[in-house]
Structure formats: structure tokens, C-alpha cells
Design a protein around this ligand. Structure first.
Ligand SMILES: C[S@@+](CC[C@H](N)C(=O)[O-])C[C@H]1O[C@@H](n2cnc3c(N)ncnc32)[C@H](O)[C@@H]1O
Length: 237
């Protein structure tokens, strides 16, 4: 709570009325092109509203974070990068098992938020967790650094995605897995309006274009979201 109210001072008054962008409804637009629109940057939203939205209590019920993370297999000994980590809703859940977890975001406010959680973590976990302020076109992973990548409710914010995911690819070790979760279309009660959503088929196409292999596509386990597991092929594949 202290963290949230401390951050409130940074929010310009003109941005106070913005609705939550992720699970809350953004305003539908008139979009005749049919192409998905890039989501408005969370950096323009009121921070306290965003935190409340990302940490909303019903989220565990419809997003099943522990089940979703288990799809990455055993994380012991692995370095995991959560790209677009936000408040660390998924990020922090992986710290007890992974060798290292990197919470990556382009919004300094979320980096500060995660760092403020980190200082309260037991030392053994603190040593395994770091934040990284990235660039919109580059998550700033070192070559081969990540053995697993997680991208939740963030895909639609990323621009020029084939190029972006070629960069992510370089930051992954051979055989590394990437988990992407985002909202299904169909005017569901949770998530942004349909014109901001990226269709599952488009995600698959873009990932293949960036060099990934699609291992698994799951439209059923979550009511409002699809899950994709893709991997960077090993050298022999
Ligand atoms: C809707 S939030 C999701 C946060 C978190 N993954 C979750 O599920 O709670 C999207 C996050 O992606 C971040 N973001 C947007 N564009 C990004 C980019 N190009 N690279 C990394 N993070 C980005 C935003 O700052 C925001 O924290």
C-alpha cells in the first residue's frame, strides 16, 4: 500500500481519469482497417489504477498463474525473463524455483515497484531476482541469457514484433521455451476491446517468422486467454 501511494505523487493530474488498460475495459474505437491496434502504453495510465488492475483479486481464478507457469516445466537451474513484467504478478511466483528471474519492463514505475517488493524478500530469493529497464524495441537480454521467457498480457503492446522477437530469440539459450498468454477475441468481459487484441494465428505466424518453433497452442485451459509455448530450436533441430 505504501508503495502505491508513494507512486501516486508521480502521476500528472491530467492522467488521473484513464481507465485500467489490461483487464479493465479500454474505450472501443472506430477501426475500419481490421488490423489489431497497438495497445496504448501503460506509461500513460494512472499508476495506482494500473497496480490495482494488475493485482486484482479475481485474476488467480481466470488466469490460473501456477498452472500456466507449470507449462514451462521444471525451472530449477534456469534463468527466466518476464518481458513486460508489470508489478511482477507472474515474475515473483517463479523466484522460489528458478535459478534467476529477470523482471523486464520499459516503464520505470514498474521497475521501482518490483524493486520495492524485492527489498522485502528473504535474502535467498533477493539474490535470484533482478529488474531490468528495457527499451521498447529490445528487452536487453545478453546473448543466450534466458532459458525461459514469459510474456503475459503484453504481446499487443510490442511494435514491429517479428523484428522484436528476432532480438528476443538471440537472448535465449538453444532449446529455451517462451510462454505467451494473451486475450482471445469475442467481446469477453475481461480484457481490452477486440480491436486491440492480436489473434492467436497472427501470434503464431509472427513467432515462426522470427525463427521460433511452436510447441503447443492451448485455447481451452483459460476462459479468456490463449496460451502459446514456443521454443528456440536446439542446434541439432
Ligand atoms: C498489461 S501489462 C502486463 C504486466 C504483467 N505481465 C502482468 O501480466 O501482470 C503490460 C506491461 O508491458 C510493459 N510493456 C509495454 N511495452 C513493452 C515492451 N516493448 N517491452 C517490455 N515491456 C513492455 C508495460 O510497461 C506493462 O508493464
Amino acid at each position: 500500500m505504501l508503495i502505491v501511494s508513494a507512486c501516486r505523487q508521480d502521476t500528472p493530474a491530467s492522467q488521473e481519469q484513464q481507465p485500467p488498460l489490461m483487464m479493465g475495459k479500454t474505450t472501443p474505437t472506430n477501426n475500419p482497417s481490421g488490423e489489431p491496434l497497438t495497445l496504448p502504453k501503460t506509461g500513460t495510465g494512472n499508476f495506482e489504477n494500473l497496480v490495482a488492475d494488475f493485482e486484482r483479486k479475481d485474476r488467480g481464478i481466470w488466469q490460473k498463474p501456477d498452472m500456466v507457469i507449470s507449462l514451462l516445466g521444471n525451472l530449477e537451474g534456469k534463468t527466466v525473463a518476464d518481458i513486460g513484467a508489470g508489478t511482477g504478478y507472474f515474475t515473483f511466483r517463479m523466484v522460489p524455483t528458478a535459478k534467476k528471474v529477470i523482471g523486464i519492463d520499459i516503464d520505470q514505475r514498474f521497475i521501482q515497484f518490483m524493486d520495492s517488493v524485492k527489498v522485502r524478500m528473504p535474502e535467498v530469493y533477493r539474490k535470484r531476482f533482478e529488474t531490468r529497464l528495457a527499451k521498447p524495441d529490445n528487452p536487453l537480454l545478453a546473448p543466450g541469457e534466458a532459458d525461459a521467457v514469459v510474456i503475459v498480457n503484453t504481446y499487443g503492446y510490442i511494435e514491429h514484433r517479428v523484428q522484436y522477437f528476432k532480438t528476443v530469440w538471440k537472448g535465449m539459450s538453444p532449446g529455451a521455451k517462451m510462454l505467451i498468454i494473451d486475450f482471445k477475441k469475442n467481446n469477453l468481459p475481461i480484457g481490452p476491446p477486440d480491436e486491440f487484441k492480436v489473434a492467436l494465428s497472427q501470434v503464431e505466424q509472427e513467432l515462426v517468422g522470427a525463427g521460433f518453433k511452436i510447441d503447443k497452442v492451448d485455447r481451452e485451459s483459460l476462459d479468456y486467454q490463449y496460451i502459446i509455448i514456443a521454443s528456440k530450436p536446439t542446434l541439432s533441430q
